[in-house]
Design a protein around this ligand. Sequence first.
Ligand code: FE2
Length: 295
Amino acid sequence: MQIEGIAKTQNNKLNSILTFQQKNAYQKDGFLVIKNFIASDICELLIERANLLINNFDPGIAKTIFSANDQRHARNQYFLDSGDKIHFFFEEAAFDDHGNLKYEKSKCINKFGHALHDLDPVFNCFSHMNKIAVLLHDLNMQNPLIMQSMYICKQPHIGGEVTCHQDATYLHAANHNIVGLWFALEDATLENGCLWAIPGGQHTNLKSKFIRENNTTKLEKYDETPWELDKMIPLEVPRGSLIVLHSLLPHMSKENVSSHSRHAYTLHVMENGIDYPSTNWLQRAPNMPFLGFLD
Ligand code: FE2
């Protein structure tokens, strides 16, 4: 039984995960790599579950709005509606000129999200692991709420680049008190598009903010100086690693030029009780509030 596999890891009650040095490194660099955070068989279990969800996904409407050039509005709406659902998004290079998928469906999905952690029992169980709650407590989050989850496939050959950005552009809250957790379910290498980040870059001011107004979005720009890409370092990590990301840290990932996928699962969490403006694109129905680890 899949969930039991994860539940077993819940039995290891921990008081602390991070050493003093690791906490300092996170403060200094704005990111932290923790190898062997998840066991390999749990990674495999999440990959299997993701494959099942992809297989069960009927691409019908989503395929239409992603393949046609004149569907910008529908594409945007599908994205905006995904905050409390599981919606699937395609790689840009997945379609031919006639709007047909060039490869089998499972090789065309870029990512899916953004409420996997609430709606899918396996991802729900994983996302609420005691080990994650303890880690967040070590990062001074007293009562963290899980805001969103994404499963990112980074497909072989067509997995697209994610340009340099700060997560706070897309999720904003008081004092930028949001943390990103990036779980490598497969090895992340230079060839298959590992993360890159600028050490210490979390001290950069927020350069832009993605704003939701009713059902449209816009990007407010505050600083148009180019990113210092020469300061980026690659974060190549083996399967099972966790990368913790400060919400102001500039980071990116390059195209996957290899024949291997680079599956990763991500969570974003924020401290309970802080102001979460309605200008965030991520909004949820009143009956689906953000939940914490004890809910
Ligand atoms: Fe990001």
